[in-house]
Design a protein around this ligand. Structure first.
Ligand code: GLN
Length: 565
């Protein structure tokens, strides 16, 4: 049996672990999978930009766009029955790839994302595909337009591979709140991928696509990125147009980027950001060129981050945070120190107030935003002779339990007698949170915290305990309330029984300073040592075995799924 083969040589250094992880010799999957031989044992290497590799290969005609597309589609076909990242898969991927190849033949310009398969969270509107937001209410909804981010992707040459699963309307932290199906964590199929952009994170983690779009209202890009061992970027509020993003809480919502390297997340952001006349809250600020800083390690100085002031948010490493998560973050911190950063602790006393304030504000805004779903204008309708019964019936049948809970909470918080006590108070907390981040970022270049208090947990574990699930958002919600950009990247593993699951850390920057976050993240990632990089590897779990040769930067993931005898 193969299980002894893939001992991931992992981040001993940064976890300060005394022994390497032991690959489990026993597993309890219903479908045990063994591979016959190991042609490509894991050889760890630094993650490279898949986007840049594709661009180079297709332009030099080393490989065709179609070949790349077929690789991803084959992997998607094999892994999707297990992972279930998608709600809809496009049927035109290969035709679009051929079209790009023809353009190259004719020496026409191709965009910076030409041939890149991008998965899009299903709360982001696409004219040629369904957009359900994970809700039964929008089951058959096909928007007549593309979201601005999608339009920009297409203009850059990207191929939209499909629409990914999510917690209904983005409300949740596990993707179990989808009205359609549960998505699994590619690292271990018994675990949640996180949420609400769980489908987008799992799709990238399982290499079903190159990069993906998610949305982040309170952590929905960053937490699933952390759970799935990929890079997640939440841009500054207003950096990316929200036009065509199904509104959850409009003052917090932002479209974000997921990739297997910092460069890919940054290149993706570059192509979707900027001012948009269709979104009055989108910023008119100039967008800098993020991509120029994704240079090769050879050009780094000996201490490339010398003088960078890093503040570790002390409240995020205390009680209630998994000890293995804390030691992974400490590992990341010592790596930053090796790179020349000056790391100090910084206290944000208002940190714990963020969570309750977030849930009041997010629920309040959602109760208002979701009032548009009345069975008349969008989606499914429950037929009745009486108008109020059409509204009521459509909403009663269309919304799931978590969405109803949020609407009730929000309506309550906004109601006449309670507005001052809840909504107004939460807005005051928001101001306090904004100020405390501002003060901390006046004296630090970036702030550091875990992306979540734990690694992924089992499917079903918190499904019936909404408060426990809400509590898991503690690391991320403050950042949305302050509107700041944040980048999550893998920094270790934790063990849960026989499972090893990835852990991510979060770097928070000043508003509109994505450039700095991406620079630091890129250098951090490119200077990881061999023992650390295995964490960037595609999932190797026994339920879904990927055999990887990282020698090929495009992650030539050769994988075998062989049913147990
Ligand atoms: N888990 C958080 C919530 O349920 C955040 C969701 C999100 O960012 N969309 O509100």
């Amino acid at each position: 049996m193969l299980s002894s083969v893939q001992n991931p040589r992992v981040l001993l250094l940064h976890c300060r672990r005394s022994k390497p992880f032991h690959h489990h010799h026993h597993h309890h999957h219903s479908k045990s999978i063994h591979a016959a031989s190991l042609a490509h044992p894991i050889s760890a290497s630094i993650p490279t930009s898949q986007i840049q590799t594709i661009q180079k290969s297709i332009l030099s005609r080393e490989k065709t766009t179609r070949q790349f597309a077929e690789e991803f589609l084959n992997r998607l076909r094999l892994t999707e029955p297990h992972v279930k990242s998608f709600l809809h898969v496009s049927e035109t991927v290969l035709n679009e790839a051929d079209e790009i190849d023809r353009k190259i033949d004719r020496n026409e310009d191709i965009g910076p994302l030409a041939g890149v398969l991008v998965a899009v969270k299903d709360n982001i509107c696409t004219a040629d595909m369904p957009s359900t937001a994970g809700s039964k209410l929008l089951e058959n909804y096909r928007p007549p337009y593309d979201a601005t981010a999608v339009k920009k992707l297409k203009e850059s040459g990207a191929i939209i591979v499909g629409k990914t699963n999510l917690d209904e309307f983005g409300m949740g932290s596990t993707t179990e709140g989808s009205a359609y199906h549960v998505t699994a964590n590619p690292w271990n199929l018994e675990y949640v991928p996180g949420g609400s952009s769980g489908g987008s994170a799992a799709a990238v983690s399982a290499r079903q696509c190159v990069v993906s779009l998610g949305s982040d209202t309170g952590g929905s890009v960053r937490q699933p990125a952390s759970f799935c061992g990929v890079v997640g970027l939440k841009p500054t509020y207003g950096r990316v147009s929200r036009y065509g993003l199904v509104a959850y809480a409009s003052s917090l919502d932002v479209i974000g980027c997921i990739g297997t390297s910092v460069a890919d997340a940054g290149i993706l952001l570059q192509s979707i950001c900027g001012h948009d006349n269709l979104d009055a809250t989108s910023s008119k600020r100039e967008v800098s060129d993020f991509t120029s800083q994704f240079i090769s390690k050879d050009y780094f100085e000996s201490q490339p981050l010398k003088g960078l002031r890093v503040g570790v948010i002390s409240e995020t490493l205390g009680d209630g945070v998994d000890q293995e998560v804390v030691s992974s973050i400490r590992g990341a911190i010592s790596h930053l120190e090796e790179l020349g950063c000056t790391v100090t602790e910084v206290s944000l006393p208002s940190f714990s107030l963020g969570l309750p304030a977030y849930f009041v504000l997010a629920s309040s805004e959602s109760s208002s935003n979701l009032s548009r779903y009345d069975g008349i204008r969008y989606g499914n309708q429950t037929v009745s002779d009486e108008l109020s019964a059409v509204y009521g019936g459509s909403r009663a049948n269309g919304f799931g339990p978590e969405v109803k809970r949020r609407i009730l909470m929000g309506t309550y918080a906004l109601s006449a007698g309670y507005y001052d006590a809840y909504y107004k108070r939460a807005q005051q907390v928001r101001t306090v949170v904004q100020k405390s981040f501002k003060a901390a970022l006046d004296v630090h270049d970036i702030l550091i915290s875990p992306a979540a208090p734990s690694a992924a947990y089992k499917i079903g574990e918190k499904k019936n305990d909404p408060l426990a699930m809400y509590a898991g958002d503690i690391m991320t919600v403050n950042v949305n309330m302050a509107g700041l950009p944040a980048l999550v990247l893998p920094c270790g593993f934790v063990k849960d029984g026989s499972a090893s699951l990835p852990v991510g850390f979060q770097m928070i920057g000043s508003a509109f300073d994505e450039e700095k976050l991406l620079k630091v993240g890129h250098i951090f990632e490119q200077t990881l040592q061999d023992m650390v990089v295995a964490m960037y590897h595609p999932p190797w779990n026994p339920g879904l075995l990927f055999l990887t040769s990282m020698a090929d930067p495009l992650v030539t993931v050769v994988f075998a799924i062989v049913k147990a005898a």
